[in-house]
Ligand binder design. Structure first.
Ligand code: PLP
Length: 385
């Protein structure tokens, strides 16, 4: 396989027409970014007031089909607020996948709630509805008030939070149905899946709320930034209120009616977002075409390229391959990085992190199997105009 990994490094250099080190994901600023940034600086409205914030919110709402989109200063803040407004209280439990980026479960902890880790599907890399259903049937009951209670801990299970790994949609309809049956809210961690659709509907529009990220490594970036999506007007108003320090709207008075958060996206970041979102359709075309190039290259190589799941159209934010075992994974990581191509293993699963050792976990067979085999390969869009 060592020769194959070296050939792969050469293929990636050809793909990106460069002999330099090829990173995993680079932002592309070829549109109105500079113009909008200069305009923002000249206007002096660089902070949490300014036209670009509401403009960016409107554009993300329109693109995704969500009724409301509220910008935040990063995706983790968006997740935190989404969980709070889905009703998560101190001492509650939130079911999520162990195979995710740490921000998913950090947001749960910020609510003083406990994550419960369940398995992912090998076909989606995201939360498994089959595992969710089994966990709920075996471990929970509904109390007199219709609240789903974990029998082992006696805590309410308030939310289920699937994550669309690398932009590949989970089986949203099935998860949604199971959540409904057990009276649990669904919050989507859609940080990686802007531009991904499940059954022709944008990810992040199935849950009661969801969160996007515009971190520098995402498909479009605001430097740092996030967005809460929801179809509920009351929730949207509450998100806006508590992310802006819960200040009562008034022409001059300065009064706050609860403990809020300073989570609003600054106007200067939103200016970048307004320029980036114009390029999103182009980025999506390029990323899907890069995925096809990889798919053809790996065909017959003995290495599995990860394809978008059934019923889904993925943004292919980060392409991935599945190796035979951990040893082969490590060989690929070593040889590609040594040959100027960045590759990276999937995150260490959440249930294996020291701070999560005591959390409840359920049937993590696919998670551990994938953790030994999954590798990301360079995925930046290629725009030649
Ligand atoms: C799955 C997932 N959740 C949450 C986040 C948090 O987003 P941010 O970095 O904008 O806080 C990220 C990305 O960074 C992510 O990949």
């Amino acid at each position: 396989m060592n020769e194959l990994f070296k050939e792969f490094a050469k293929f990636v250099h050809d793909l990106y027409s460069s002999n330099d080190f090829i990173p995993l994901h680079e932002p592309i600023f070829q549109g109105s970014e500079k113009e909008y940034l200069i305009e923002t600086i000249n206007s002096s409205y660089v902070s949490s007031v300014g036209v670009y914030v509401s403009e960016f919110e409107a554009q993300v709402a329109e693109f995704s089909g969500a009724k409301y989109a509220i910008a935040t200063n990063n995706g983790t803040a968006a997740l935190h607020i989404a969980l709070l407004l889905a009703g998560v209280k101190s001492g509650d439990e939130v079911i999520t996948q162990s195979l995710t980026f740490v921000a998913t479960c950090n947001a749960i902890r910020y609510c003083n709630a406990e994550p419960v880790f369940i398995d992912v599907d090998k076909e989606t890399l995201g939360l498994s509805p089959d595992c969710l259903e089994r966990f709920l049937l075996e471990n929970t009951h509904m109390d007199d008030e219709g609240i789903c209670i974990n029998r082992e801990t006696n805590r309410p299970v308030r939310v289920c939070m699937p994550m669309h790994t690398y932009g590949h949609p989970v089986r949203l309809k099935e998860i949604q149905k199971i959540c409904k049956k057990h009276n649990i809210a669904m919050v989507e961690d859609a940080a990686e899946s802007l531009g991904s659709y499940y059954q022709n509907k944008h990810t992040g529009t199935f849950g009661k709320l969801s969160a996007l990220s515009f971190n520098g490594n995402k498909i479009i970036t605001t430097g740092g930034g996030g967005m809460v999506l929801t179809n509920d007007k009351n929730i949207a108003d509450r998100v806006k209120h508590i992310t802006t320090t819960a200040k009562k709207p008034h022409a001059w008075a300065f009064e706050h009616d609860e403990i809020g958060f300073n989570y609003r996206m600054p106007n200067i970041n939103a200016a970048l977002g307004c320029a980036q979102i114009k390029a999103l359709p182009k980025f999506l075309v390029s990323k899907r075409s890069i995925a096809q190039r990889y798919k053809s290259w790996f065909a017959g190589s003995g290495i599995q390229f990860f394809n978008e799941p059934k019923n889904a159209c993925s943004n292919y934010w980060l392409n991935a391959v599945i190796l035979e075992n951990r040893q082969q994974r490590d060989e690929m990581l070593k040889l590609t990085n040594e040959n100027g191509v960045m590759t990276r293993p999937v995150w260490v699963p959440m249930h294996q992190l020291s701070m999560n050792k005591n959390c409840q976990k359920y049937f993590l067979v696919n998670t551990e199997w994938l953790a030994d085999r999954l590798v990301n390969i360079p995925s930046s869009a290629i725009i030649n105009d």
